[in-house]
Design a protein around this ligand. Structure first.
Ligand code: FAD
Length: 280
C-alpha cells in the first residue's frame, strides 16, 4: 500500500459509514491479516473498525449474533457457540490458522475477503446463517446462500460494511461434525466438510452439508440432503450420500490439491462426518 496516506479510527458504526463513504480509495481494516498481504496501489486511506463496537457474541431472542469484528479466538472460546448446533462454529474457529492469527482474524474479514481457504463460509452455509450489511442507505440482510453465491465483492460495494452474522433459532440442539482436511498442521484447508444433523432415533429429520475449499465458493449438497431426509442413516446410506455430494460440487485445482483429489475427499469426509454427527 505504497500510496496509503490516511488512517481513521471511528468510534461508532455511523461514523465508520461516514468515513468509508467520504472519499474513494478508502478501505476497511479489521484484523489486517488479509490486507497485510494485499498489494493495492489504489488504497489511500484505512478506516479501522476496531472501536466501533462490533466485537460481540450475543444471545438474542431471535438469533445468536456475532459482531463482524469478533475474532476467531472469541468464537472458539464462546460458550454460546460451543452449545449451538453441536459447537460447530467454535470447532471451526479453533482450526483457523495459529493462535496469534486467531487473535487477529475477524469473522467479518473472513467472510468478506472470501478466499478458497476461508474456513467460516461453508459452515455458515450449513447453518443457514444470515449476514447483515450496512451502508449510507441503511441495513440489508443476506441469507448465506445469497452472500456466498458468487464472491461477496460482486455483491458488496467498497463502502458496504458487514456488521453482523446471525445464527437462526430452532437448530441449537442439532448435532454436528466438522473436518478440515489439511496437508500439514495449522495450514489452509485442502477441503472441509461440515454436517449439521437432526435425528429422531435412526431417522434423519433435517440435515445440512457444507463443503469448503474444494471450489472458489463454498457449496451445499442439496441432492444429498434430500436423499437423507426421512431415511434411516446407516453406513451404506452415508456412503451413497457421499457419492451424491461429490457429484454436486464442481471442484477446482489449486496448490493444495487437484480437483479430482478434492472430489474423493468430499465423498469420504461426507460419509465420515454424517456417521460422527449421528453418534455425537
Ligand atoms: C498466515 C495466514 C494464515 C491464515 N490461515 C487461515 C486459515 O487457516 N483459515 C482461514 O479461514 N483464514 C486464514 N487466514 C486469514 C484469511 O486469509 C484472511 O486474511 C482473513 O480472513 C481476513 O480477515 P481480517 O479480519 O484479517 O480482515 P482484513 O485483513 O482486515 O480485511 C480483509 C478484507 O476484508 C475487508 N473487510 C474486513 N472486514 C470487513 C467488514 N466488516 N465489512 C466489509 N469489509 C470488510 C477489508 O477492507 C479487506 O479488503 C490466514 C491468514 C494468514 C496471514
Amino acid at each position: 500500500m505504497q500510496n496509503l496516506k490516511e488512517f481513521e479510527r471511528p468510534q461508532s458504526l455511523d461514523e465508520a459509514v461516514e468515513k468509508i463513504s467520504a472519499k474513494p480509495g478508502r478501505r476497511l481494516l479489521a484484523g489486517g491479516t488479509g490486507l497485510s498481504i494485499t498489494d493495492s496501489k489504489t488504497t489511500i486511506g484505512l478506516v479501522d473498525l476496531k472501536s466501533v463496537g462490533l466485537d460481540y457474541i450475543e444471545d438474542d431472542s431471535d438469533a445468536i449474533k456475532i459482531g463482524a469484528t469478533a475474532v476467531m479466538r472469541a468464537l472458539e472460546e464462546s460458550s454460546l457457540l460451543q452449545n449451538y448446533a453441536g459447537g460447530l462454529l467454535a470447532d471451526v474457529a479453533a482450526e483457523v490458522g495459529t493462535t496469534p492469527l486467531r487473535n487477529m482474524i475477524t469473522a467479518g474479514g473472513n467472510i468478506t475477503q472470501l478466499r478458497v481457504w476461508s474456513d467460516l463460509p461453508a459452515p455458515l452455509l450449513a447453518l443457514d446463517a444470515e449476514i447483515l450489511v450496512t451502508d449510507q442507505e441503511g441495513e440489508t440482510t443476506y441469507p448465506a446462500q445469497k452472500f456466498f453465491h458468487r464472491h461477496p465483492s460482486q455483491l458488496l460495494d467498497d463502502t458496504d460494511i458487514v456488521t453482523e452474522i446471525q445464527l437462526p433459532r430452532g437448530i441449537e440442539n442439532y448435532s454436528s461434525s466438522y473436518t478440515k482436511f489439511v496437508a500439514v498442521d495449522d495450514s489452509y484447508a485442502v477441503t472441509s466438510v461440515s454436517v449439521v444433523l437432526d435425528m429422531e432415533g435412526d431417522t434423519v429429520k433435517d440435515v445440512r452439508i457444507g463443503v469448503g475449499s474444494a471450489s472458489p465458493s463454498p457449496a451445499r449438497c442439496p441432492e444429498a440432503e434430500e436423499e437423507l431426509v426421512d431415511a434411516e442413516l446407516n453406513e451404506s446410506l452415508a456412503e451413497k450420500v457421499g457419492e451424491i455430494c461429490r457429484a454436486n460440487v464442481n471442484t477446482t485445482d489449486n496448490v493444495w490439491g487437484s480437483g479430482d483429489y478434492k472430489s474423493k475427499l468430499i465423498e469420504k469426509l461426507v460419509k465420515k462426518n454424517l456417521l460422527q454427527a449421528k453418534t455425537s
